[in-house]
Design a protein around this ligand. Structure first.
Ligand code: GDP
Length: 426
């Protein structure tokens, strides 16, 4: 049995958590492979409404093993807090395994993230200030701390000393803040390391063994293709690759074992934070969509910030699906559009008077203007519909239009935030 990756085709917030929660019913493992607790998935199922930031979305099935892979930015306190919350809300026996090679987000990463955004002022990136950029910078500067280091006191102290030296210089001279003492840091780390211990193992071996037994593994992406640091809207990208191609690396599985790549595509666009957003809806109509998308929680799950909303962007989404190497798509939030007489979609960009259907490089994006096409709406509540054939004709046409634009079959359509609000077309 091959591995399935569930990944975002857009800017994030496509509803990957909901789709993973649906697919996890048939999975043995759900694996996070990149990013940290800087974004969230909202999941509504028979146990209630949950916002997961770091835990994989398989935690609601007691038989599913939920893995934090080596590529994840592990904030141990956030992970333990989420775990405690699940237990206190009666979620039965969430099984968690954390890679001993994952690296840990430390309090100074969060501090430096916040101080840098403050220093940048109006030029800031709209970071969630969860420490993710300084964390990945440390990883590639070889100043990171691996989970296994937490249990080797001598190595931990040496690694922290090496990491703290340049930070304390920055704190003193650039940010004019007090320096960080290694002893306070060590005390704080030791207590979360103790609680983390039962969850830790070599998850790469664990997943290889699962593959050998033919067990079903889901890889769950965070954010979306357009946030990828190499291919996305750099520098308004995140700091780790959001692509299915990286999933093999960040999870520790062979690339050839990933057979299905499900691109989660949203029926309209949303984006949290700064950066170019060509199909953005300005003013009133955007507020209306946000209000009607109420259940779609058009406020960031981690930050509570109102999401910027836009109409469906065929250029960005086709590019996102291509980057992901998607084999199929899952379309979410179709129900939200049910109030419109006609639905604008962006089918091309105009840049300096020229029309393009290719997603341009970042430096050209700010000159891009949307070219609109209007599709007829269906003005009907579709949230209780469970088969494609009983959708209103214009809703079916909208789905078929998106399929043509992205060049992929849409095999699942989500018509509401709840687990059972899904149309399965397979
Ligand atoms: P993720 O990070 O990609 O999982 O996305 P988020 O959880 O941040 O955002 C998706 C939001 O849309 C959440 O509030 C979900 O509960 C909600 N949602 C997911 N699918 C649907 C859908 O088909 N219809 C509606 N109305 N809401 C949905």
């Amino acid at each position: 049995m091959g591995i399935t990756a569930v990944v975002g085709a857009n800017w994030g917030d496509e509803g990957k958590g909901k789709i993973t929660d649906v697919l996890a019913a048939e999975a043995h493992y759900v694996v996070r492979y990149q990013g940290g607790s800087n974004a969230g998935h909202t999941i509504i199922n028979p146990m209630g409404k949950f916002a997961l930031h770091l835990l994989p979305s398989g935690v609601f099935y007691p038989k599913v093993v939920n893995v934090i892979g080596p590529g994840v930015a592990l904030n141990a306190e956030d992970l333990l807090r989420e775990y405690d919350e699940l237990i206190s809300r009666g979620v039965p026996n969430p099984i968690i395994r954390v890679s001993d090679r994952a690296q840990v987000v430390l309090p100074y990463h969060k501090l430096l993230d916040a101080l840098e955004e403050e220093r940048l002022g109006e030029r800031q990136f709209g970071s969630t200030k969860s420490g993710i950029a300084p964390f990945y910078a440390d990883k590639y500067l070889k100043l990171g701390i691996q989970v296994a280091d937490l249990y080797d006191p001598e190595r931990l102290r040496q690694r922290l000393e090496a990491s703290l030296a340049p930070k304390n210089t920055l704190l003193t001279h650039l940010y004019k803040r007090p320096i960080i003492s290694i002893d306070a840091l060590l005390e704080n780390l030791t207590s979360s390391a103790e609680r983390l211990k039962p969850f830790i193992c070599d998850t790469t071996v664990l997943l290889r063994q699962a593959l050998a037994r033919g067990e079903k593994i889901l890889l769950e992406g965070q954010l979306g293709a357009l946030r990828d640091p190499d291919h996305g809207i750099y520098p308004y990208s995140t700091s780790s690759s959001t692509l299915a191609g990286f999933a093999a690396v960040g999870a520790g599985v062979p690339p050839y074992s990933i057979h299905e790549i499900v691109a989660v595509v949203k029926a309209y666009s949303s984006c949290v934070g700064a950066g170019p957003f060509i199909s953005e809806i300005e003013g009133g109509p955007g507020d209306e969509l946000r209000k009607l998308g109420g259940d779609a929680g058009e406020y960031g799950a981690t930050t509570g910030r109102p999401r910027r909303l836009g109409w469906f962007d065929a250029i960005a989404t086709r590019y996102g699906c291509m980057l992901q190497g998607s084999t199929e798509a899952a379309l979410t939030n179709l129900d939200v559009l049910g109030y419109l007489n006609e639905i604008p979609v962006c089918t091309a960009y105009e840049i300096d008077g020229r029309i393009t259907e290719d997603f341009p490089v970042s430096s050209m994006l700010k000159r891009a203007k949307p070219v609109w096409k209007k599709l007829p709406g269906w003005r009907e509540d579709i949230s209780e519909i469970r088969s494609f054939d009983t959708l209103p004709v214009n809703a079916r046409k909208y789905v078929q239009f998106i399929e043509e634009q992205i060049g992929l079959p849409i095999r699942r359509i989500s018509v509401g935030p709840k687990r059972d609000q899904i149309i399965d077309r397979r």
